[in-house]
Design a protein around this ligand. Structure first.
Ligand code: GRF
Length: 206
């Protein structure tokens, strides 16, 4: 935690991405705009070598780091990520389109301090292609879920969810866009709520 204006404590948040990073931008903008007053974004880490995805983060004045995962065993890659998080005294880790299941070593380093967002109403449609799964099951509604990360695939305790309708003529693209709009609202709200509940004295990963 670090001291914010007025002496309030702000959690140091890390965001981990693999892809385009729109949820990362939504979180960063929410912090910038004061909608998550109890947080500061301390680092954006990408596990892909594609620097382009980090341009927006840099424009927002955020520190960025690439820790490429390609060709590396998961435990080895994760321990480098955890070392980078510890070096920055991170309190909360937000996965935002981070396409790798975390090793037990990573989860044990930040117990109850890792969040993820998933594009379905969990426990329905975990794993890859959640929107396609919703269409395949002829679901009439779907949505998004923010949950704590444990060693199960998208199976950790649920923090918040938001539903959207699935229309008969939906494609993966149209449904994904409808869900993503809700993700960008829900993730900042969930982070703000979690940080209000975390004991500021019990910071993890230090
Ligand atoms: C989102 O749909 C998120 O729910 C899922 O991966 C996608 C990431 O999108 N985990 P983005 O990289 O945040 O734009």
């Amino acid at each position: 935690m670090s001291q914010g204006l007025g002496g309030t404590e702000r959690a140091r948040v890390a965001i981990l991405i693999s892809g385009r990073g729109s949820n990362m931008v939504a979180l960063a903008e929410a912090v910038r705009d004061g909608r998550i007053p109890n947080a500061e974004i301390a680092i954006i880490i990408s596990d892909q070598a594609n620097v382009g995805r980090l341009i927006k983060a840099r424009e927002l004045g955020l520190e960025t780091l690439i820790i490429e995962r390609r060709g590396r065993p998961r435990a080895e890659h994760d321990s480098e990520v955890v070392a980078a998080l510890r070096a920055r005294h991170i309190d909360l880790v937000c996965l935002a389109g981070y396409m790798r299941v975390l090793s037990s070593g990573f989860i044990e380093a930040y117990p109850g301090r890792i969040l993820n967002i998933h594009p379905s109403l969990l426990p329905s449609f975990p794993g890859l292609d959640a929107q396609q799964q919703a269409l395949d099951h002829a679901a009439t509604s779907s949505g998004c879920t923010v949950h704590f990360v444990d060693e199960t695939l998208d199976g950790g305790p649920i923090i918040a969810q938001r539903a959207v309708p699935v229309h008969k003529d939906d494609t993966v693209a149209s449904l994904s866009a409808r869900i993503l709009e809700e993700e960008h609202q829900l993730y900042p709200e969930a982070v703000e709520m979690v940080l209000r509940c975390i004991d500021p004295l019990a910071t993890a990963g230090q």
